[in-house]
Design a protein around this ligand. Structure first.
Ligand code: CP
Ligand code: NVA
Length: 328
């Protein structure tokens, strides 16, 4: 059962960071999402919360971003905190200062760090060498904040998600990894259809299968889009070339174009299935314009939920308040 409006915490929230959702229990994920939804509903009713009053968030970017930057920046401001955008072009990290020294220095001056970067190990090192919460805003390996927003959106559209199915098409990339993990943990059936050479990381698959055993979710890996799409309640895709892979675009396109979410493929999911995409998207490549701009596309709710889910996350990691206090 997934109930984000009245979720009763079963465990004490013990997380200090969000490096990967593999570190989180089902209950901890549900706590983050429930607090996020609670803050969202207050926000929509015009009620302000000040869970980050007097706190600051350093946001390090070594890759481009629209949603991640704006959602963290506005989410921090809306909770009474101060966000600080740090591009690697401008800070000494970009000139070779170590992650360890950056972590040590920022820990003396701010209250939390969000980082978007290439190497996942950089996020692990920030968490290891710093003394403040570290949040992963995307690495080459995973995109956990995106998965939180995706599940919040899926929940808002479908209610209790137990036994529902999310199908992902294309590259077994960072977004695919975090979706597989969150579905496995929460008991949501997950299928991914990919061509040879684009399988998700076996380490993520193995860990997800272990979680799925516990939650009762099924994880399907297939080269056949028709297998993945059958019975899907949500259809998801992402770009063919992720940030840093631009030069490989043509080779990737040749293999991934058979996995595009066309109108025909989307038509084979459940009739009320929604379409999700982390964005940015390329119409006519991984998804047809008629699907992403169609009546069952939830992309802008999904993008907005980046902000709400992350407010829940920051409140849990940085406010010093308990789950019960944050749910008031
Ligand atoms: N979905 C997402 O992370 O978008 P940005 O790259 O714009 O942050
Ligand atoms: N897989 C994409 C996601 C962007 C939000 C990338 O890493 O570029």
């Amino acid at each position: 059962m997934i109930e984000l409006r009245n979720h009763k915490a079963k465990e004490k929230f013990s997380q200090k960071h969000l490096v990967t959702l593999l570190d989180y229990s089902k209950d901890e994920i549900l706590q983050v999402l429930s607090v996020g939804l609670n803050i969202k509903e207050k926000f929509k009713a015009g009620i302000q919360v000040d869970h980050l009053k007097g706190q600051s968030l350093a946001m390090i970017f070594t890759k481009s971003s629209t949603r991640t930057r704006v959602s963290f920046e506005m989410g921090t401001v809306q909770m009474g905190g101060f966000p600080m955008f740090l591009s690697s072009n401008d800070i000494q990290l970009g000139r070779g200062e170590t992650i360890a020294d950056t972590a040590g220095v920022l820990s003396r001056m701010v209250n939390g760090i969000m980082i978007r970067t290439y190497a996942h190990s950089d996020v692990e090192d920030l968490a290891k060498y710093g003394t403040i919460p570290v949040i992963n805003g995307l690495t080459d390996w995973v995109h956990p904040c995106q998965a939180l927003a995706d599940i919040m959106t899926f929940y808002e559209y479908k209610g209790n998600l137990s036994g529902k199915k999310l199908a992902f098409f294309g590259d077994g990339n960072n977004v695919c990894h975090s979706l597989m993990v969150i579905c496995a943990k929460l008991g949501i059936d997950f299928a991914v259809a990919y061509p040879e050479g684009h399988a998700p990381d076996p380490k993520v698959v193995e860990a997800s299968l272990a979680c799925a055993k516990e939650s009762g979710a099924t994880i399907t890996l297939t080269n056949d889009p028709l297998v993945a799409v059958a019975g899907a309640d949500a259809v998801y895709t992402d770009v063919w070339a992720s940030m840093g892979q631009e030069k490989e675009f043509l080779a990737r396109k040749a293999k991934l174009e058979n996995y595009a979410v066309t109108e025909e493929l989307f038509g084979k999911a459940k009739p009320d299935a929604i379409f999700l995409h982390c964005l940015p998207a390329h119409r006519g490549e991984e998804v047809a314009a008629a699907v992403i701009d169609g009546p069952r596309s939830a992309i802008f709710d999904e993008a907005e939920n980046r902000m709400h889910a992350q407010k829940g996350l920051m409140a849990m990691l940085m406010s010093g308040k308990s789950y019960e206090e944050l749910m008031k």
